[in-house]
Design a protein around this ligand. Structure first.
Ligand code: FMN
Length: 301
């Protein structure tokens, strides 16, 4: 991706305070005769310089500060360090739970598009923003996608049920098939049977929408970028009244069966790192849950 740098620094407005130089990660701004000047070197396009400038002298043609959310009001003022409510933030984080019961109610396209925009507020390696988002906006699309995933696992279960293939895979393929058989075969078999015989959706849990978060190879850290955007979406979904659940089985199927991406018009060089099921929740909790006690390692150097 070509990095361009600020498109204009208003020489008259610039007071020469040097704040833009202090926050610039690429050091591509210098003070020349007490005015900020862009060196023309390739920059990250992060916009820190424009955001810090007290007189708004710096402008990027390519960066829009306004995100144009359609379903809620935007506040553009930067929250100072320590300026947000940590109690509320942690309560939101702990209240987000994987939702496995949904109402039969469609999520609007506007909400889904806002969730994607919220995803893009995450950090990305070298600010590449090379993530991709694919939206399935109704239950029918989710069911069709679920069918693609189910076909993949049906074929895999057929292979895994064959003891001869498991032995051969154990010898030649690091026992991947054997491990799959021991860990997932039964669960998948039950899921497929429940779907085929009762129409019970143990894959997407009846979700009425999904967002697939991916990345392109030109991003420096595509998986990390996609997963950071994903967590933003999960938290925002909760705040917007939606339930969500990551569907790792769908990610796994797409990893091994390129025809699924093709059928969703996703290009072959793109990888999908998260599939987020979404919908209006048909469940409610009384309390947040705990987590296993973790003992961080304290380093003594
Ligand atoms: C990478 C990943 C894949 C997951 N895949 C599935 C899945 O396929 N189906 C499902 O019901 N839950 C899935 N989950 C949800 C986890 O089971 C869930 O996050 C975990 O049990 C903790 O519960 P919580 O999300 O409610 O805090 C997945 C979670 C992660 C992080």
């Amino acid at each position: 991706m070509k990095k361009t740098g600020p498109h204009s620094i208003n020489n008259e407005a610039c007071t020469g305070c040097g704040e833009c130089i202090r926050v610039c990660p690429d050091k591509v701004i210098a003070l020349v005769e007490k005015k900020a000047v862009f060196s023309g070197e390739s920059c990250l396009d992060c916009g820190h310089c424009a955001a810090v400038c007290p007189v708004q002298a710096i402008h990027f043609k390519t960066l829009s500060c306004k995100m144009h959310f359609q379903t809620f009001a935007e506040k553009r003022e930067w929250l100072p360090f320590g300026g947000s409510d940590i109690t509320n933030l942690v309560q939101l984080m702990r209240s987000r739970r994987s939702c496995r019961n949904y109402m039969d109610k469609t999520v609007s396209r506007e909400i889904l598009c806002d969730l994607v925009k919220i995803g893009t507020t995450a950090p990305s390696g070298t600010n590449s923003q090379g993530w991709t988002f694919t939206i399935l906006e109704n239950r029918r699309q989710v069911v069709v996608f679920g069918g693609f995933v189910a076909s993949f696992f049906k074929a895999l279960n057929r292979k895994a049920a064959n003891p001869f293939l498991r032995i051969m895979a154990g010898i030649f393929l690091k026992d991947n098939l054997g491990r799959y058989y021991r860990s997932y075969y039964k669960t998948i078999e039950t899921g497929l049977h429940e779907w085929d015989s009762k129409g019970k959706d143990l894959l997407f849990h009846g979700a009425t929408a999904a967002i697939l978060v991916g990345g392109t190879p030109k991003a420096s850290c595509p998986a990390e970028d996609a997963l950071l955007a994903t967590q933003n979406i999960l938290l925002a979904a909760h705040a917007m009244g939606l339930g969500s659940c990551l569907i790792g089985f769908a990610v796994e199927a797409m990893k091994h069966d390129p025809s699924i991406k093709k059928r969703l018009s996703i290009s072959g060089d793109e990888s999908i790192y998260a599939v987020i099921a979404l919908g209006y929740p048909a469940e409610k909790y009384q309390f947040v849950t705990g987590r296993k006690v973790i003992q961080p390692r304290m380093v003594t150097l």
